[in-house]
Design a protein around this ligand. Sequence first.
Ligand SMILES: [Zn+2]
Length: 228
Amino acid sequence: MRIFEDILNIIFPKVCCICDQGLTKNEELICFHCRSTLPKAKFEDPKDNEVVHRIYGKLNIEIGLAYLYFYKSGITQKLLHQLKYKNQPEIGLLLGNWIAHDILNYGMDKNLDLIVPVPLHKKKERKRGYNQSRHFAKGISELTNIPTDFDNLQRVHFSASQTHKSKEQRWKSVERAFHVKTAECFKDKHVLLVDDVMTTGATLEACGNEILKNGASALSLATIALAK
Ligand SMILES: [Zn+2]
């Protein structure tokens, strides 16, 4: 098996998804150098930080986490572009594993009952082939053993890219975009809602409200990145 893998690696060398340099046997998807230059969001307190402050007054959350900072044209943007548009869902899984270590270090895994990713509209998911946030959720679940729910929060309205919209336009397009299929599924659960990037927080707010409306006992947020 090892020999087979080695031969495959000679024919199709694995390269870093950020810098395109060949990966060594110990590196997975991202080379050590690129990993060391990623702008990690180091939060001292999961209850009092930039994620929590950004959503404050709009959505009542217990804890808020982001793994990286996202700067325009920066390395995180490149990484997320690979994850979302270059058919590399395994990047989401890896980043989920990485943030899971933070969740375990904070000792928060015991308080969380369910991980729910922000859903894509079915049409969009079919086109892309996968939902990147679902893979991030899977990566968190793998190490923390917190169960996931991929079916009950659904996106019912299709909206075009949020990228060039103002704060008000973003809110208008997501305000009624989400729907919970089975009302009982979030009842009395502390739900960890996860997404790729937090910008204004409008999408997380709309999803979070739906989850809380359906009886969740608490809500927390984790994103791959926080836009600066
Ligand atoms: Zn690299």
